[in-house]
Design a binder for this molecule. Structure first.
Ligand code: HDE
Length: 710
C-alpha cells in the first residue's frame, strides 16, 4: 500500500514538473534561443576555443560574479514568509495601522541567523541568534531587527567593531570558525564588563536552540509608541514561540554540527512544507514616559532587560510563517533589514546602540548589495507605491517618467507633493533635548553585574550546570592564563560558587582582586573617564521568565520520533503508536538497517526515512521500538542501534518500547533504569510517551545520564 502511494506521488510530481517547464525554451539573457549549452565554440573538433563565443562568455561571466559579499555579521541565516495579525488593538499607545486594525493580515519576511560564523558555518554554533522581521505594512515597511536574547553585549555603537573583531576568527590564522571559545574574545570580554549580561545568556541553553521555531525574539532596545495625540510610551517588543522555548545540550550541538550542519535550516523548511506553520505571539512591555527614571537600571541601556515580574508582557498579536522562499539567494540572501525602517506610531529612543545602528545598516547594504537601489530588489520592495526624486544609481530597475526630479517644482505639477498629517505623514517624536555635546557614558549605565546575577539566580539547577559547563569549555579553549583568571574574577562578581566551579574545571583559583581600573583602555589619555562597574545589586531575587523551566510543555508538534525497525517488525505496534503520535502532529521517521523499504509482519512495505548509517540519534527528539522478533534479531546485530538508545537516554529524552522491543533496551545502559525512569516506557501507554516528549527532557535523569558511556 505504501509502495503504491509512493509511485502515485512520483507520477504527480512528474506531471507537475512537465506543466511547470512546458514551453520554456532556454535563452541567453538577451532572449536569444540557445540550442547547445554543453560545448564551447571551437576551431575544429579538438581545436582551441574561440574568443567569439559570446554564449560561453555570458554563461561564465555570470557565474564568476554569482557571489556577493556575505554579511559581516549574521552571515549564516534562513528565512521564511508569513503574516502578522493583531489580536488586541493598542490604539491608546500607538497610531500605527498594524497596531490598530485587528482585521489586517500584514505580510512578513523573517530571517533567523547566527552572528559570528560565515555563511557556510554550522547551525548549532554556541551563539546569539538573529530574529529579524520585515513587516510589509500599508503605511511603509517596518523592520524589527532583533535577536533571541533580550539584551546586547555593548552599550554604545562605537564598540561594535571591537566586539565583532574579538569574536571573529583570529586574524593571523583565521581560527576558530563560528565560535566564541578563544583568547581574543575573552580578552575583550574580561576587559569590557558591560558585555557580561549578554555573555552569560550565551553560556546558557538559549545559545543552542532546538529549533528557530522554539526560540524567543526580542527587539532589545527600548522604542517609543506614539498615539494620535502624539503621546509617547516606552516599549520593548517580545516574540513568544507557541511551541515554547527549548534547547539542545552542548554535547548534542557538537554532534549535530557534524551530522547535519543545516539542522535549523532544514527544520524550518520541513515544518513549513509539512503545513506545521511556526507561530509566535507578539508581546509588548509598556512603560509610561513619566516612569522613565523609576527603575534601578536605565531604559536606554541595551544591556538591561525589564524583568517581566516588574512589567508584564501584554500579548497583542500573532505571527505565522507559512511559505518557504522560492529562491534562497533572491530572498533570504538579498533581504536588507534596517532598524531605521519605521512607520508612524513607532519611534526611536536615544539608546546609543540603536542610534549607531540607524547609520550602520544602510551603509552595510551598499557594500553588500552594491547599490543604493537595493530597495528595488523584489524582497525589499514596500507594498505601497514609491514616489520621490531620487534618481539613477547602479542597477536602477525603475523607469522614472517626466521632466522633473526636484522639489519644489512647477513643471511637474508640484509632484510628488508632501504628505499632510491627515494623509499619514511620518514626523519624528518631538523630544526635548537640551544638553552639552560630550563624548562620555552616562553614570546610569555603570551597573554591569546586577542583571547577569539576576539571570543566573533565576535558572534551575540543570540550567546552572549547563552555564558552568559552558564557561569551563569556553575558557578551557583559551591559551592565556591571565585571560582565564581575569574572566574567573569577572564571573565571581555574578556568583562566587559559579566562578569556583569553573575555576576547578580550569585548574585555577579565582583571584580575589584584579588590577584597577577594570575596564582599562590601555594608552588612554589621563583625562579620559573610564567606565567602572559598580557592585552587583539585588533588586529582584528571581524573574521566572528568564528560565526555560517555565516555558510551554504542551505540544509534541513537529517533534522528530525515530522508530527503530528491521524487516519483520510488528505492524500492529507501529501503527498504534504512529497514529497516536501523528494525531499530535509529531513527525514519525523509520530508521532501518538499510535504505529503501522495510516489510512489517503483516507483509506491508514501508518507506525507510533513514538508513542507520546515514543518521544520528541527536537529530531526533525521542525513540520508539516496536516489537517483532525477527526485526529485533536484526537490530541486535547492528551496534549503532545501541548507541542510538544510550545517547537518547544520555540526553534525557523519552524512549518507548513494546513487546520484543524491550530486548534491545536490555542490551543498553538503559536496562538498569527502565523501570524507574519517568521517560522510559516498556509496554506503556502512548499517551504517557507523548506527555514525556512534550516535557522536552527528563532532567531528573541528569545524574544517571552523565554516567552513560559516550
Ligand atoms: Fe546588527 N548588523 N548591529 N545587531 N544585526 C547587521 O546589517 C550592527 C545589533 C542584527 O538577517 C548588519 O544587513 C551594529 C543589535 C540582526 O539580515 C550590520 C550594531 C541587534 C542582523 C549590523 C549592531 C542586532 C544584523 C550586517 C551596534 C539586536 C541580521 C548585515 C550598534 C537588536 C539581519 C546587515 C539579517 C545585521 C550592524 C547591533 C541584530 C553590519 C553597528 C543590538 C538580526 O549593519
Amino acid at each position: 500500500m505504501a509502495k503504491k502511494k509512493e509511485s502515485n506521488q512520483k507520477k504527480e510530481d512528474l506531471k507537475q514538473f512537465e506543466k511547470d517547464s512546458n514551453g520554456k525554451v532556454m535563452t541567453t539573457n538577451q532572449g536569444l534561443k540557445v540550442n547547445d549549452t554543453n560545448n564551447s565554440l571551437k576551431a575544429g573538433e579538438r581545436g582551441s576555443t574561440l574568443l567569439e563565443d559570446f554564449l560561453l562568455r555570458e554563461k561564465i561571466t555570470h557565474f564568476d560574479h554569482e557571489r556577493i559579499p556575505e554579511r559581516i555579521v549574521h552571515a549564516r541565516g534562513s528565512g521564511a514568509h508569513g503574516y502578522f495579525e493583531l489580536t488586541k488593538n493598542i490604539k491608546k499607545y500607538s497610531k500605527a495601522g498594524i497596531f490598530n486594525d485587528t482585521n489586517r493580515k500584514t505580510p512578513v519576511f523573517v530571517r533567523f541567523s547566527t552572528v559570528a560564523g560565515s555563511k557556510g558555518s554550522p547551525d548549532l554554533a554556541r551563539d546569539v541568534r538573529g530574529f529579524a522581521v520585515k513587516f510589509y505594512t500599508q503605511e511603509g515597511t517596518w523592520d524589527l531587527v532583533g535577536n533571541n536574547m533580550p539584551i546586547f553585549f555593548i552599550q554604545d555603537a562605537m564598540k561594535f567593531p571591537d566586539l565583532i573583531h574579538s569574536v571573529k576568527p583570529e586574524p593571523n590564522k583565521e581560527i576558530p570558525q563560528a565560535a566564541s571559545a578563544h583568547d581574543t574574545f575573552y580578552d575583550f570580554i574580561s576587559r569590557t564588563t558591560e558585555t557580561l549580561h549578554n555573555q552569560i545568556w550565551v553560556m546558557s541553553d538559549r545559545a543552542i536552540p532546538r529549533s528557530f521555531r522554539m526560540m524567543e525574539g526580542f527587539g532589545i532596545h527600548t522604542f517609543r509608541l506614539i498615539n494620535e495625540k502624539n503621546e509617547a510610551h516606552f516599549v520593548k517588543f517580545h516574540w513568544k514561540p507557541v511551541l515554547g522555548v527549548h534547547s539542545v545540550t552542548w554535547d548534542e550541538a557538537v554532534k549535530i554540527n557534524g551530522a547535519d550542519p543545516d539542522f535549523h535550516r532544514r527544520d524550518l523548511w520541513d515544518a513549513i512544507e509539512a503545513g506545521q506553520y511556526p507561530e509566535w505571539e507578539l508581546g509588548i512591555q509598556v512603560v509610561p514616559e513619566k516612569d522613565e527614571h523609576k527603575y534601578e537600571f536605565d531604559l536606554l541601556d541595551p544591556t538591561k532587560l525589564i524583568p517581566e515580574e516588574m512589567v508584564p508582557v501584554e500579548i497583542i498579536g500573532k505571527m505565522t510563517l507559512n511559505r518557504n522562499p522560492e529562491n534562497f539567494f533572491a530572498e533570504t540572501e538579498q533581504v536588507a533589514f534596517l532598524p531605521g525602517h519605521i512607520v508612524p506610531g513607532i519611534d526611536f529612543t536615544n539608546d546609543p546602540l540603536l542610534q549607531g545602528r540607524l547609520f550602520s545598516y544602510r551603509d552595510t547594504q551598499l557594500s553588500r548589495l552594491g547599490s543604493p537601489n537595493f530597495h528595488q530588489i523584489p524582497i525589499n520592495r514596500p507594498v505601497g507605491e514609491v514616489h520621490n526624486n531620487q534618481r539613477d544609481g547602479h542597477m536602477q530597475m525603475d523607469i522614472p517618467k517626466g521632466q522633473t526630479a526636484y522639489f519644489p517644482n512647477s513643471l511637474g505639477g508640484g509632484c510628488p507633493h508632501l504628505a499632510k498629517m491627515a494623509e499619514g505623514a511620518f514626523t519624528s517624536y518631538e523630544e526635548r533635548i537640551d544638553a552639552k555635546k560630550i563624548r562620555t557614558r552616562s553614570e546610569s549605565f555603570n551597573d554591569h553585574f546586577s542583571q547577569p546575577a539576576l539571570f543566573y539566580r533565576s535558572l534551575e539547577d540543570w540550567e546552572k550546570q549547563h552555564v558552568a559547563d559552558a564557561y569551563t569549555f569556553e575558557l578551557g579553549k583559551c591559551n592565556h592564563k591571565h585571560i582565564k583568571e581575569r574572566m574567573l574574577w569577572v564571573i565571581s562578581q555574578i556568583d562566587k560558587k559559579l566562578a569556583k566551579k569553573v575555576g576547578e574545571g580550569l585548574g585555577l583559583n579565582v583571584p580575589k582582586a584584579i588590577d584597577k581600573p577594570i575596564n582599562q583602555a590601555i594608552g588612554a589619555d589621563a583625562n579620559t573617564k573610564e567606565q567602572q562597574p559598580s557592585k552587583a545589586k539585588n533588586y529582584l531575587e528571581k524573574d521566572k521568565a528568564l528560565s526555560q523551566a517555565h516555558t510551554k510543555f504542551d505540544s509534541i508538534a513537529t517533534r522528530q520520533i525515530a522508530v527503530l525497525v528491521a524487516d519483520g517488525f510488528s505492524g500492529k505496534d507501529y501503527e498504534t503508536m504512529k497514529k497516536a503520535l501523528e494525531k499530535e502532529n509529531a513527525m514519525v521517521k523509520l530508521v532501518a538497517p538499510h535504505g529503501g523499504t522495510v516489510t512489517c509482519d503483516q507483509d506491508m512495505d514501508h518507506e525507510v526515512d533513514a538508513a542507520i548509517m546515514t543518521t544520528e540519534s541527536v537529530l531526533f527528539d525521542a525513540i520508539y521500538i516496536p516489537g517483532g522478533k525477527s526485526s529485533l534479531d536484526k537490530l541486535l546485530n547492528v551496534p549503532k542501534y545501541k548507541v542510538f538508545i544510550n545517547e537518547t537516554f544520555k540526553y534525557c529524552k523519552a524512549i518507548a518500547a513494546d513487546n520484543e522491543g524491550e530486548t534491545l533496551i536490555d542490551e543498553t545502559f538503559v536496562k538498569e533504569y527502565k523501570n524507574d525512569d519517568d521517560a522510559v516506557f516498556i509496554n506503556g501507554k502512548p499517551k504517557d510517551f507523548i506527555d514525556a516528549i512534550a516535557k522536552h527532557r527528563n532532567w531528573d535523569r541528569m545524574d544517571v545520564a552523565s554516567k552513560v558511556p559516550a
